[in-house]
Design a binder for this molecule. Structure first.
Ligand code: FE
Ligand code: FE
Ligand code: ZN
Length: 282
């Protein structure tokens, strides 16, 4: 929730037309945050940063009462690959992205912890920690968020225990937080539909609720514990609207930035945002 008492909610937007354009698009659909890929997930290099464009976004965010943004690292990066070239690329890309994020100080940078590709979770966690020790710089103004994963293939970060081990194993764990994806935790086995508070209690016991910095709001095409990761529009999957009403009215969640990553075009996102705001009594 922002200073005006409204939910900080938005969706994933295309960065193709630049930063200021994303801010305007967000406002068009009554969003007060958004997510974007810091570079093309399929491609290599990031576009040169236009400082005027970034300044215009910052001004727009200020004028329209935006909350914290949740940038997304390319999902193709893997800090715990078995190939050192892949690990090196992930470290270099994240370092560059975080340098660029300093032009938008005080926001979040979310990433997928990685896939251990058969090396085992212990090796995966160690590699992720080594990578983060290289890319996190004391004094930086961005908080880096580990995303909770569905447990597809050899993904690390399905359980709260694994996320906690990563945070604990890093030299600069103070710069880390967690982004909880409702589809992923459900697919990963956590019952956010009928026991949201129980799941949050468990998160608090294992990681600490103060580490929870952002939410990805997605319904799921699959039953609990399916380890699939297929997002559905809100209300049209296994979670249902009741789950999302419970999320946006939960005292431990309602103040966090919430990002929709549902299979929608802009008008679909606008409808979902309006419904969430209604649940929150706006
Ligand atoms: Fe993600
Ligand atoms: Fe997500
Ligand atoms: Zn996903």
């Amino acid at each position: 929730m922002d200073q005006t008492g409204r939910l900080t909610v938005g969706c994933h937007l295309s960065a193709a037309k630049g930063f200021a354009a994303m801010g305007k698009t967000a406002t068009d659909i009554d969003a007060t945050t958004f997510a974007f890929f810091t570079r093309n997930p399929r491609g290599g290099n990031a576009k040169a940063l236009d400082e005027n464009d970034v300044a215009r976004l910052r001004e727009h965010m200020h004028e329209h009462g935006f909350g914290t943004l949740v940038a997304h690292a390319p999902y193709t990066l893997n800090l715990c690959s078995a190939k050192s070239s892949v690990v090196d690329f992930a470290r270099r890309a994240m370092s560059e992205d975080l340098e660029r994020m300093e032009y938008l100080p005080g926001n979040y940078y979310n990433f997928h912890p990685g896939s251990h590709v058969g090396q085992g979770a212990d090796v995966g966690i160690r590699l992720i920690c080594e990578g983060l020790d290289q890319v996190l710089v004391p004094g930086m103004q961005t908080t880096v968020l580990l995303e909770t994963m569905a447990g597809k293939g050899s993904e690390v970060g399905r359980t709260f225990e694994e996320l906690e081990r990563i945070i604990e194993g890093c030299k600069h764990g103070d710069l880390l937080g967690v982004c909880l994806d409702t589809c992923h935790v459900w697919d990963g086995g956590y019952d956010v539909r009928s026991d949201l508070d129980g799941v949050l209690d468990e998160f608090d016991r294992i990681i600490g609720i103060n580490r929870l910095k952002a939410l990805h709001l997605n319904d799921s095409k699959n039953p609990r514990n399916s380890h699939k990761d297929r997002h559905e529009k809100l209300g049209e999957g296994y979670l249902g609207w009741d789950t999302f009403e419970a999320v946006v009215t939960n005292p431990r969640l309602r103040d966090l930035p919430m990002i929709l990553e549902t299979p929608n075009k802009l008008d679909g996102y606008a409808t979902e945002i309006a419904r969430l705001r209604l649940f929150a009594d706006e």
